[in-house]
Design a protein around this ligand. Structure first.
Ligand code: NAD
Ligand code: UGA
Length: 477
């Protein structure tokens, strides 16, 4: 099938590349000239494991092309994906001006055969009808003899950054919202190889599940609501486990054991129970906020979602309390951050918890250093110009009063912490993702603090605590 994807960010580029890999003829459009030139030369503007390899192979096979000429791309395609950004406005609502601009472009250029317009961007509930109206209003202005025929469907995206290719070929479900049989039938045909798990081999993809992918067919509004509800549920689940972790800290329980104990209940499930410094990224914060605002527009106060946001806001700076408990005054202290991105395997810094953390540490007078495997330039984000960006573990740890792990990069598990403890002013580590092994850090000479985490009964740390307690009791006696 001939597919046009408008907007080549995390969602658009991955969608275009994956559809080309399963045999469709794909043209990707972006209004950013530099991005188009980069992609035409075979380079991906974003970091996503495996993306560049498949992008290049599909380009060589003649299945994938890039252009900034939106008119030709629209005219020659059967299925048009809208995959532009919908960032949050300062009010918390979604900024849908990019979707509107694309809808107008479609209305101005659409011609020839029947087309399906697919809302892939996460859009406020009701946007399907709104997009149809904008396209129609542009068509009417053209006073054509032959009115182009089209339908709008909603096809929300559920991929995660850092595993976007894997998620696109292994979705838990595909949701298609719309009422036109013709549009739905074309969408089913488009996704059939993914539904049937007939994906041309890729090394890193591993074994695909033998079951076909469930197709969820809904009306437009329900499909749009599914997207917001899914992200809001996942964000709330993380805020829930973070709240329990904070209670664990008070009562002396261990959140990793608690998460295991509740996660084995199939009604709860073991995913998204990783406690830490909270959720960030380009979607959870804006999508939860957008759902709260939509509810308010209709006179409903979404109290649970507001609480999930509040827990998350506090969680982002909780490590500061933990630093203050040990170091007392942070003014004049040097704090080294392990990781900057909102999650591992991405170079995306949009709404990363680190940004709040850097702001607060700087406000309190601490000097901040940071190391991230994929962030090696201060131009990634304006806040990076306020810190020392290091490019290895030794430079990061040197003269630090504490380290704080903010992103659970695999690389951090294999660092030589014995060496790092020796070059720090004070070997303290706050593990903001409960990512490191407590005994390894204790053996390396670190004072380790996690989030709701307690050393296991028979661990080196627990034995030390018991030994010190005995000494104190003997002294008192
Ligand atoms: P992005 O900001 O990474 O990319 C958007 C792209 O659209 C940019 O390359 C931009 O240049 C281009 N663009 C903007 N206006 C354009 C126009 N008029 N014509 C052509 N190109 C234009 O965004 P993203 O992260 O890919 O997100 C896109 C949408 O998908 C958002 O609604 C988001 O909520 C949703 N989503 C994102 C993810 C994710 O993991 N990032 C996952 C699921 C859903
Ligand atoms: C999330 C959803 O998982 C995707 O299904 C959705 O398509 C996407 O948002 C979107 O709409 O953009 P993503 O933001 O890429 O994907 O990453 P996640 O793996 O969901 O992580 C989000 C945040 O939650 C990260 O900051 C991560 O560190 C945090 N997190 C995740 C936790 O703190 N604990 C967990 O157990 C899981």
């Amino acid at each position: 099938m001939r597919v046009c994807v408008i907007g080549t960010g995390y969602v658009g580029l991955v969608t275009g590349v994956c559809l080309a890999h399963i045999g469709h003829q794909v043209i990707c459009v972006d209004n950013n000239k530099e991005k188009i030139a980069l992609m035409q030369s075979g380079e991906s503007p974003i970091y996503e494991p495996g993306l560049e390899e498949i992008m290049r192979s599909t380009m060589v096979a003649g299945k994938l092309n890039f252009t900034k000429n939106i008119n030709n791309a629209i005219a020659n395609s059967q299925i048009l994906f809208i995959a532009v950004g919908t960032p949050a406005l300062p009010t918390g609502d979604s900024d849908i001006r990019y979707v509107e601009a694309v809808a107008r472009s479609i209305g101005l250029a659409i011609s020839g055969e029947y087309k399906v317009i697919v809302n892939k961007s996460t859009v406020p509930i009701g946007s399907g009808d709104w997009v149809r109206q904008i396209i129609n209003s542009e068509i009417v202005k053209r006073q054509l003899d032959n009115i182009p025929q089209f339908d709008v469907v909603s096809n929300p995206e559920f991929l995660r950054e850092g595993s976007a290719i894997h998620d696109t070929f292994n979705p838990d479900r595909i949701v298609i919202g719309g009422s036109s049989d013709q549009a739905i039938s074309l969408m089913k045909e488009l996704y059939q190889p993914i539904v049937d798990r007939k994906i041309p081999a890729i090394d890193f993809l591993g074994q695909l599940s033998p079951q076909t992918v469930p197709l969820v067919m809904t009306d437009l509004n329900s499909a749009e609501t599914i997207k917001y509800a899914a992200n809001s549920f996942l964000a709330t689940k993380i805020s829930f486990i973070n709240e329990v972790a904070n209670i664990c800290d008070k009562v002396g329980a261990d959140i990793t054991q608690v998460a295991q104990g509740i996660g084995l209940d199939s009604r709860i499930g073991n995913k998204f129970l990783q406690s830490g410094i909270g959720w960030g990224g380009s979607c959870f914060p804006k999508d939860v906020s957008a759902l709260i605002h939509t509810a308010a527009d209709y006179g409903y106060d979404a109290q649970l979602l507001k609480s999930a946001v509040k827990v998350n806001t506090n969680q982002r700076v909780l490590v500061i309390d933990k630093l203050q408990q040990v170091l007392k005054i942070l003014k004049g202290k040097t704090i080294g951050l392990l990781g900057l991105t909102f999650k591992p395997n991405t170079n995306d810094l949009r709404d990363a918890p680190t940004i709040d953390l850097i702001e607060e540490l700087t406000r309190l007078g601490a000097k901040v250093k940071a190391y991230d495997p994929l962030i090696q330039s201060i131009y990634h984000h304006p806040i990076l110009s306020t810190i020392d960006l290091e490019n290895n573990a030794i430079d990061l740890a040197k003269d630090c009063d504490a380290l704080v792990l903010v992103t659970d990069w695999q690389e951090f598990k294999s660092w030589n912490y014995t060496q790092l403890a020796k070059i720090m002013n004070n070997p303290l580590i706050i593990d903001g993702r409960n990512h490191l092994d407590i005994d390894t850090l204790a053996a390396a000479g670190f004072y380790y603090i996690g989030i709701g985490r307690r050393a296991p009964e028979n661990s080196l740390v627990a034995k030390r605590v018991q030994r010190d307690a005995k000494k104190t009791i003997t002294k008192v006696a």
